[in-house]
Design a protein around this ligand. Structure first.
Ligand SMILES: Cc1cc2nc3c(=O)[nH]c(=O)nc-3n(C[C@H](O)[C@H](O)[C@H](O)COP(=O)(O)OP(=O)(O)OC[C@H]3O[C@@H](n4cnc5c(N)ncnc54)[C@H](O)[C@@H]3O)c2cc1C
Length: 502
């Protein structure tokens, strides 16, 4: 029977980083991936003469402070080099109707504050105070990530963190006296975390937008698949083995309830430690239920699944300039209020359209351009009774409405220029990523299940001996950088356990 020090299940962002760190430390490591290629969300696909980015709008936190858990420093430690492009603008937010606005926000600390002041005169000081809160929150977060936090130290040294950590983003902004319109503009990115800002943890939201603002939105030059391929190359250079077309179908346990390996392709593979890049719900469904602690099952059942999307990828036979497209990222909303945007999510509440050619002019052939429509949808919104024969019509009609709305809002014509179009729905994501109900943000970050409490209760995951988790379902929530961070943290934890047990 085959034996490894570590088997990693899934070659998504989290699994690739964890596997590479563990292989780099000299342990015999195997990554099992159900697809014929690595990356999970971090991938690309080709239609005609276009190579589309299926997921990444922009990476936040390409921080490179030595030793931290930001993406660049993780990649540096792993010896992974991928040149990154940094966008100079954050987004254009268009809110239609009463109280509407059309605002462009620039990246960079001063540039952001200047663009906020231009949009809402007099808001600069209050917005600055809100942003600067992140300096303290970063210190507290580093402290929380370095072992079990001491409540007395937390209350004494990081009292403001403790106070802020239990509040929603909107509560904290109100506390700083940020004017309503400025608050609404700052809230625009809520869709990247999938929870309206009256319920979204302030620390979580602030850490995301602070990274976008200060470090600027980042992306690789050759679609996110470039990131996955670079990680695989590093993993293999450290002696790691990766197997594709290898779906794990069972997690194996000993009589004491410790994980001892997995089954893939009908074969048992033993390991001292197993790292799961796949969501706990799926792991539990592939396990002998008597081996799963009740608390872990209860937690998985209590959690709400996060956002999914309908996405549309358009290859156009004209350049962005010819079509009159000016921005990389446009958020189009029918109300300034994120709660209303969320509630109206099936009816133009909020959607995002990206044109990669604006950020990266050579992204497709000269005289062409690409658009990426991201239309939020909760997993339960997808019609459960939709018949297979009606699926195509449903998704085509759904996307057509949004293309028309985009054309009307921006006063441009793209319908006559569509050379290629591909549409993904929660069904696509369920099949491709194997996530429950095709959700892509794993567990919702709303209410009690926020980044702070996840950190505090992280030991629930550890209750199954020899099994660790990493990825978008982890303590940091969804996103490329969160998946890399939890991959790196899990890698370190597993290496320490293996060394202790030698
Ligand atoms: C449309 C879309 C837009 C997004 N936009 C952004 C964005 O702009 N910025 C951002 O930061 N994040 C974005 N995200 C989120 C981000 O892509 C994810 O949160 C992150 O990549 C998840 O990484 P992960 O490590 O959890 O792995 P995943 O990408 O979920 O990969 C898991 C891997 O496990 C494999 N697998 C599953 N089951 C098995 C099994 N039984 N056996 C073996 N292998 C298995 C899968 O094939 C997959 O390769 C977006 C995602 C989507 C889909």
């Amino acid at each position: 029977m085959e034996r490894y020090d570590v088997v990693v299940v899934g070659a998504g962002n989290g699994g690739l980083v964890a596997g590479t760190a563990i292989a780099q430390a000299g342990f015999k490591t195997l990554i099992l991936e159900k697809h014929n290629l690595p990356g999970g969300c971090s991938t690309s696909f080709v239609r005609g003469r276009f190579e589309f980015e299926p997921s990444l709008h922009e990476l936040c936190d390409s921080s490179d402070n030595e030793g931290d858990m930001g993406m660049q420093s993780i990649f540096d430690r792993l010896g992974v080099k991928v040149p990154m492009l940094h966008e100079k603008n954050l987004l254009r937010a268009i809110v239609k109707g009463e109280g509407g606005y059309d605002v462009r926000l620039r990246a960079g600390y001063d540039e952001f504050l200047d663009s906020m002041e231009e949009a809402v005169p007099g808001c600069r000081e209050s917005v600055k105070k809100y942003l600067d809160l992140m300096v303290l929150l970063n210190e507290a977060q580093d402290y929380m990530n370095n072992g079990v936090p001491n409540p007395a130290t937390l209350m004494g040294k990081y009292g403001d963190f403790v106070r802020a950590a239990s509040h929603s983003n909107d509560e904290i902004m109100a506390g700083f006296g940020i004017p309503e319109k400025a608050k609404n503009i700052i809230d625009t990115y809520w869709g990247y975390l999938g929870v309206p800002c009256d319920d979204l943890n302030a620390l979580h939201y602030l850490s995301m937008i602070e990274a976008y603002i200060k470090k600027r939105p980042a992306m690789p030059y050759n679609r996110s698949h470039e990131l996955a391929l670079a990680l695989v190359k590093a993993f293999q250079s450290y002696g790691g083995e990766i197997r594709y077309n290898s779906e794990v179908t069972e997690f194996l346990y000993n009589s004491a309830g410790a994980v001892i390996g997995v089954k893939a392709g009908g074969k048992e593979i033993l390991a001292r430690k197993v790292v799961s890049n796949i969501i706990p719900n799926n792991v539990f469904n592939m396990s002998d239920e008597t081996k799963i602690p009740k608390s872990a099952v209860k937690l998985a059942n209590a959690r709400k699944l996060g956002l999914s999307f309908i996405t549309a990828y358009l290859g156009l036979d004209a350049s962005a300039q010819e079509l009159g497209i000016e921005d990389y990222s446009v958020f189009i909303c029918n109300s300034p209020d994120t709660r209303k945007q969320y509630e109206d999510r099936l009816n133009f509440g909020m959607y995002v359209v990206n044109c990669l050619n604006i950020a990266l002019p050579g992204a497709s052939e000269e005289g062409t351009s690409m658009l990426f429509f991201t239309l939020p949808m909760m997993p339960e919104d997808f019609p459960a009774d939709l018949k297979a024969e009606d699926y195509k019509k449903y998704k085509n009609d759904y996307v057509r409405r949004y293309i028309e709305d985009y054309e009307k809002t921006l006063g441009i014509n793209i319908s006559d220029h569509i050379e290629e179009i591909a549409i993904a729905t929660p069904v696509t994501f369920a099949r491709y990523l194997s996530t429950p109900a095709g959700n892509i943000y794993a567990y919702s970050n709303g209410g009690w299940d926020n980044v702070v409490l996840r950190t505090v209760f992280d030991n629930i995951d550890k209750k199954i001996p020899n099994l660790s988790f990493c990825g978008g379902h982890g303590i940091r929530g969804d996103g490329f950088s969160s998946a890399y961070t939890t991959g790196a943290m899990t890698g370190e934890k597993v290496i320490a356990e293996l060394r202790r047990e030698m």
